[in-house]
Design a protein around this ligand. Sequence first.
Ligand SMILES: [Zn+2]
Length: 138
Amino acid sequence: MNQKRKIAGCCTLCDKELVDVLSRWVEGHPYAGEPRDIGKWHDGAMRLDFVLSGGSTTTLTFCDDCAGEAESRLPEIWRKCLASLAFEVEYYVAIGHPPMEEAHRRNVHASNMRLAGEIPLGVTSRRKWRDQVDARST
Ligand SMILES: [Zn+2]
């Protein structure tokens, strides 16, 4: 899988780290070097809510600079999100989850296929994560 994907705790577009990183995935791990445990959001971390074509919403993180461009880069943003979901399923156990039972695997697959069939239509709100909650509780 060579598709660029979203990285936990980072800007969805430019991959800039936007949280205090408490620990990272070790070398040799599929997520090597990426944040594993995250702490508080940095001041420039923005929380943007998007409405999807199916009517549901999703929240993504951006740096100050990219937050203003998000609405004009929706296809790129969505491709990274879908790549990240596929990667997570591929390495589900490696990131600390128990192996998926068949019913759970089918539910996750159905959810990911539903999201793959949708597109984000636009941004419904922009706020600082700092004004919301601690990163670990999201
Ligand atoms: Zn950015």
